[in-house]
Design a protein around this ligand. Structure first.
Ligand SMILES: *Cc1c(COP(=O)(O)O)cnc(C)c1O
Length: 376
């Protein structure tokens, strides 16, 4: 039996594919020396905005800052509530808490793992009862599948909430033909190396069609800058992306569409090969996932993980705990009745290797190992 280790995400294979192009792009930055806000940054922002079909892409230093920037621009702070799913990466809630506002936790749907609109309604009500002002809703596109924005827009309208889409895992995905980036009042994404479009360090971007918001985001990104470098018209932060990372991303964008297609192929084969033995991900009609992760549901996860490990198949658990159960957030308001779906998911989710360079032989090896591991 083949016990060669399998990569969970294979960045080395991508590097081989890109050949010299990244080296050349990096050397070009070293040659011009404009390490902060060099020409590659504007070029990247234009390419990102075009891809997302929006007027503005404001690049920044991380996906976390891409969440912080719009919240700051909207003046969200103490006394304000932002509804966040409890089943997501820490940054979704953290961005809210950093500004002194309160993340209020909603449950997720059992099929897509994305925030449950009904639970959002309850969370908004509970936030009000706790004396908070609900200001925004943060749907997270978990594992790459866009959240049901039609449902969320309706609630946002009824409750007068801004929608900040956390698309950290979903850039490249779409909803009813609309690309991620165009689905909220603002959308945040991340270029952390393991995301579908990753750089070689930290990076992120905010997308919006709102001209005024874009201007404020750019100002906050650079210390609240006004019309010149030493005019500071608001409190800002330093949240710029490095020119070097922008140069890397421009090269990675040249293969991104093909990579997304290859992820679809892997996801389709996994679904066909595993759908009868484990619960495979549900993708809603009209949704296109960027497949940041391929997450199945299993019983007795611990032994499945162990058996897969014995076969050289790496796995990851996203996420073993809900955010609402963790110490910084344990007393925050949540939806009425709590978040039972998310609680169950934390015990059953298991993510399999997923990347565009996963060949069929390796996919088959993974699927054979999963089939035998879940049978015990
Ligand atoms: C990765 C991630 C972030 C944060 O992105 P960073 O670039 O690591 O700061 C935010 N939200 C979600 C859902 C993520 O997966």
């Amino acid at each position: 039996m083949n016990h060669t280790p399998i990569a969970f995400i294979d960045l080395a294979a991508q590097q081989r594919r890109l050949g010299d192009s990244v080296h050349k792009a990096v050397l070009a930055v070293l040659a011009h020396g404009r390490y902060i806000m060099g020409p590659e940054v504007a070029e990247l922002e234009q390419a990102l905005a075009d891809r997302a079909g929006v007027r503005h892409a404001v690049s920044c230093s991380s996906g976390t800052d891409a969440l912080v920037l719009p919240l700051m621009a909207w003046g969200i702070g103490p006394g304000d509530a932002v509804v966040v799913p409890t089943f997501t990466f820490a940054a979704s809630a953290e961005a809210v808490a950093l500004l002194g506002a309160t993340p209020v936790f909603a449950d997720v749907l059992p099929d897509t793992f994305n925030i449950d609109p009904e639970s959002v309604r309850g969370a908004v009500k509970n936030a009000r009862e706790a004396g908070l002002r609900p200001r925004a809703l943060m749907p997270v596109d978990l594992f790459g599948q866009p959240a049901d924005v039609d449902a969320h827009r309706a609630i946002a309208q009824e409750e007068d909430l801004l929608v900040l889409a956390d698309g950290a895992q979903s850039f490249g995905g779409s909803w009813q033909g609309w690309p991620v980036g165009s689905l909220g009042d603002a959308t945040a994404t991340s270029f952390f190396p393991a995301k579908p479009l990753g750089c070689y360090g930290d990076g992120g971007a905010v997308f919006t069609d709102d001209d005024e918001l874009a201007t404020v985001l750019r100002s906050i990104r650079t210390h609240g800058q006004g019309s010149d470098k030493y005019e500071n018209v608001r409190v800002g932060i330093n949240a710029r992306i490095d020119t070097l990372q922008a140069a890397v991303l421009l090269q990675k964008l040249t293969v991104f569409d093909e990579e997304l297609d290859q992820r679809q192929v892997v996801a389709r084969r996994y679904a066909e090969g595993l759908g009868d033995v484990v619960t495979v991900p549900t993708v809603l009609p009209g949704a296109v996932s960027a497949w940041a992760q391929y997450t199945i549901l299993v019983d007795d996860r611990e032994s499945v993980v162990r058996r897969l490990g014995e076969q050289g198949v790496p796995t990851a658990v996203y996420y073993p705990r809900t955010l609402g159960s963790q110490p910084p957030y344990a007393t925050n308001p949540a939806a009425p009745g709590g978040t039972p779906v998310a609680d169950e998911l934390t015990a059953r989710v298991l993510s399999l290797p997923m990347h565009p360079y996963l060949d069929e032989v390796t996919q088959d090896r993974i699927m054979t190992a999963v089939r035998s591991a879940v049978r015990g």
